[in-house]
Design a protein around this ligand. Structure first.
Ligand code: C5P
Length: 312
């Protein structure tokens, strides 16, 4: 059985200081995009993993060092599949074949998408019909959204979701960084050191929704993409820029090429830009491709559906 799950961006991301567990309460609007991870689950005697990274045209790309260094048991998709079998009381194992399209350690939740697709494919392969939403949350804060897809307001650590039904299709440009990704905990630690820069007047996590959130709901539904561009923000951006100063130029070039909004995606280092239409997205994409600090550029639309079985 094979399942797929989408990568995401955070259209808005308000972040508070860490709680007693060291985790950061978030208030974020997620949007899933049409860049999908695929996980095939084949029952086997022991756990093993085969990972292939492909570009948008389906051409194979080298696997980043952060991934090839991992033992199968450390991979989030394998952990998801084995935890689900354990929860269902099934003694078994599987080979997982992952096809990655989402940039690794890029702030697009590719690893969480692998875990979500692994849960769906494992449940189908082993005929498990138990609810696994709590398990998803335990695996990682972004896993519930990779299961759900589309557009949602995330509270808690970004793992408590309220779907936002009405959202027009948008053209997005993602520029992943040349070289290494950024580690999520490192960016959160830098955020703490910087004294929690927050973009007012957005509602902080744990507080009631402010009037700007209503504005955001209409901007998401609006066929005109400009209002959405004006409302995008990411509280983690100053921390990601402090870790990777060269990203500031990527944001600037995206804006100069006509992006309606451009910011670091999640904890970075991928930069995401909103384009007026497909043609402008390609133009922004070529401008970003010429920058030395940019690795790969992906032009994609969103929203996209959540984790699902893929039939060949
Ligand atoms: O949930 P996930 O495993 O993806 O998070 C990775 C790390 O990022 C956590 O161990 C934590 O250090 C940090 N994090 C956080 N606050 C969040 C989400 C993640 O501090 N809301």
């Amino acid at each position: 059985m094979k399942a797929s799950a989408p990568g995401k961006l955070n259209v808005t991301l308000a972040c508070s200081s860490p709680d007693e567990r060291g985790y950061h309460p978030l208030r974020t609007v997620f949007m899933a995009v049409g860049l999908r991870e695929e996980v095939e689950v084949i029952p086997a005697d022991r756990w093993s993993l085969q990972t292939t990274m492909v570009d948008s045209a389906g051409n194979e790309m080298p696997l980043p060092a952060e991934l090839s260094a991992l033992a199968p048991q450390e991979n989030l998709a394998v952990r998801a599949a084995s935890a689900l079998l354990q929860k269902a009381g099934i003694r078994g194992a599987a080979q997982l074949r992952i096809t990655k399209r989402v940039p690794v350690a890029g702030g697009m939740a590719g690893g969480s998408a692998d875990a979500a697709a692994a849960l769906v494919a494992t449940a189908a392969t082993f005929a498990i019909d138990q609810d696994y939403s709590d398990l998803a949350r335990q695996l990682g804060a972004d896993v519930p959204f990779a299961l759900a897809g589309n557009v949602a307001l995330g509270t808690g650590y970004g793992d408590r979701l309220q779907p936002i039904g009405q959202a027009a299709a948008r053209h997005w440009v993602f520029a992943s960084a040349a070289g290494q990704g950024l580690s999520t905990p490192t960016v959160f630690r830098r955020f703490d050191m910087m004294g929690q820069p927050h973009t007012p007047p957005w509602a902080l996590p744990g507080t009631a929704a402010g009037p700007l959130e209503e504005q955001l709901a209409s901007a998401l539904a609006d066929p005109d993409p400009r209002p959405l561009g004006q409302l995008m923000f990411n509280d983690l951006q100053p921390a990601a820029l402090a870790e990777r100063p060269a990203l500031a130029q990527v944001i600037e070039v995206a804006r100069d090429s006509g992006a309606l909004g451009a910011q670091v995606s999640g904890s970075g280092p991928t930069v995401v830009a909103l384009a007026e239409n497909g043609e402008q997205a390609r133009k922004i994409g070529s401008a970003l491709e010429s920058l030395p600090q940019v690795g790969r550029v992906v032009v994609i639309t969103g929203p996209a559906g959540g984790a699902r079985i893929e039939r060949e």
